[in-house]
Design a protein around this ligand. Structure first.
Ligand SMILES: COCc1ccccc1-c1cc(O)c2[nH]cnc(=O)c2c1
Ligand SMILES: [Mg+2]
Length: 214
């Protein structure tokens, strides 16, 4: 039977990356997507911007919405301090199955909790299920139409505290106009756009960094 693109991406990691070396996993995926098959990872150009924001925030608690194959999960988790925790939500079970193996290959399974299901269902349950009160950093990279409702849901559930940082991928391509309008006009956020390109292409895209002001 035919393999899927996520399965071929995982094979490339297992073939070209060193177990326990997150940077080699990130490099192997970027090589695969640049030279073999495009895939919707945040990629190396936006990934460097993400790295700089993660390093600046130095978060102890991180929420990622949208795991896909675990590329940004590995990229973020590799920068976290030893006691830090990253929770990543993935709706698609096939993606989740691949991501678990990519995260394990990188040796980051102890820092990462991958949860299968919809963000709308899970966000209200995180505090009781995982003993996490608030998130220092949230990376939004799931479905463009869920960015705004999930942000309002995180506010409602008290998952954001003064200074929590939201980083949103794809705010130009595919684009999240309602989310951008909200974080850029709301007095509860200080927002900043980091211009870049859609992963592995010349099309414009960017990350929006928004600090929750409480
Ligand atoms: C399935 O569309 C793939 C695609 C096609 C053209 C342009 C952009 C994208 C794209 C790029 C991304 O980084 C993405 N990140 C998260 N969830 C997405 O749906 C997503 C889509
Ligand atoms: Mg994306």
């Amino acid at each position: 039977t035919q393999s899927t693109r996520p399965q071929r991406l995982l094979s490339a990691v297992q073939k070209n990356a060193t177990r326990g070396n997150p940077r080699s996993v990130v490099r192997a995926i970027d090589e695969f997507c640049r030279h073999k098959e495009w895939a919707m990872n945040v990629g190396d150009e936006k990934g460097c911007i993400l790295d700089s924001i993660v390093s600046e925030v130095n978060p102890v608690t991180v929420l990622e919405l949208g795991t896909y194959c675990g590329y940004s999960t590995v990229r973020i988790a590799s920068l976290l301090p030893p006691n830090a925790k990253l929770i990543t939500l993935e709706f698609n079970p096939d993606f989740a199955a691949i991501a678990r193996q990519v995260i394990a290959w990188a040796g980051l399974q102890d820092k990462v909790q991958l949860v299968e299901g919809s963000s709308g269902d899970w966000i209200p349950k995180i505090q009781e299920q995982f003993g996490i009160n608030t998130f220092d950093l949230v990376f939004l990279d799931h479905w463009k139409d869920r960015y705004l409702p999930d942000t309002k849901l995180m506010e409602k559930c008290g998952l954001l505290r003064k200074g929590s940082v939201l980083v949103a991928d794809n705010v130009i391509c595919p684009g999240t106009p309602d989310y951008l309008e909200y974080v850029r006009s709301s007095p509860c956020y200080k927002s900043q756009y980091f211009i870049s390109h859609l992963e592995y292409t010349k099309a414009e895209d960017g990350l929006e960094k928004s600090v929750f002001l409480g």
